[in-house]
Design a protein around this ligand. Structure first.
Ligand SMILES: [Zn+2]
Length: 188
């Protein structure tokens, strides 16, 4: 496949493998552009996450025109960011496999066009402004962030919190049971 509108600009920001697409070309041709980008390149995503092991984010973006002549980008993203479990504070790999369809509109004014003839389902579709130079990785990053849980937790934590693990249960009945300690930790 020809490298449609994809360009590297290493001089602009060496820490980020920037990939731009021309949304007009993509929708007109129905072509797909795909790539793999190190997760470390997504600074907005990882700034509040624990240190990330090296991994790749796979993405693809495809242009579409529906029977009504409306333009769309179909975005597909696969990534495995590592979060911090809020129960045991251990690393928690969180696979994200997201697909989204974004409506391409002509201008900023069209982003919130209440008067359009859209169907109800259409109201749920995110809109972006078409561009000959759209930063795909911005969209990819948004998609991953949307796929993250607000409070990440293991289904079953691999180990107890350090504070609990070092708490030696006393034989004395007057001491709080490990379950009471656990409950206390949960409240914090
Ligand atoms: Zn956990």
């Amino acid at each position: 496949m020809e490298p449609l509108g994809r360009a590297e600009t290493p001089n602009e920001n060496p820490s980020r493998d920037v990939s731009y697409v021309d949304t007009y070309v993509l929708t007109r041709t129905g072509h797909e552009v795909s790539g793999q980008t190190p997760i470390s390149s997504f600074e907005r995503l990882i700034e509040d996450l624990p240190e990330q092991p090296a991994s790749q984010v796979s993405w693809s973006v495809k242009g579409e025109i529906d029977p009504h002549g409306r333009h769309f980008l179909r975005l597909s993203v696969q990534a495995v960011p590592v979060l911090e479990c809020q129960r045991c504070l251990q690393p928690l790999p969180w696979p994200v496999d997201a697909e989204n369809r974004l409506r391409i509109v002509k201008s900023e004014a069209d982003l919130d066009d209440e008067g359009s003839q859209d169907t109800e389902a259409e109201d749920m579709v995110e809109r972006i402004v078409g561009s000959p130079r759209l930063d795909v990785l911005e969209l990819v990053e948004d998609e991953i962030i949307l796929g993250l849980p607000y409070v990440p937790k293991h289904d079953v934590c691999p180990s107890l919190p350090e504070a609990l693990a070092t708490q030696e249960p006393e034989p004395d009945e007057a001491e709080p049971s490990p379950f009471a300690v656990l409950n206390q930790l949960k409240k914090d």
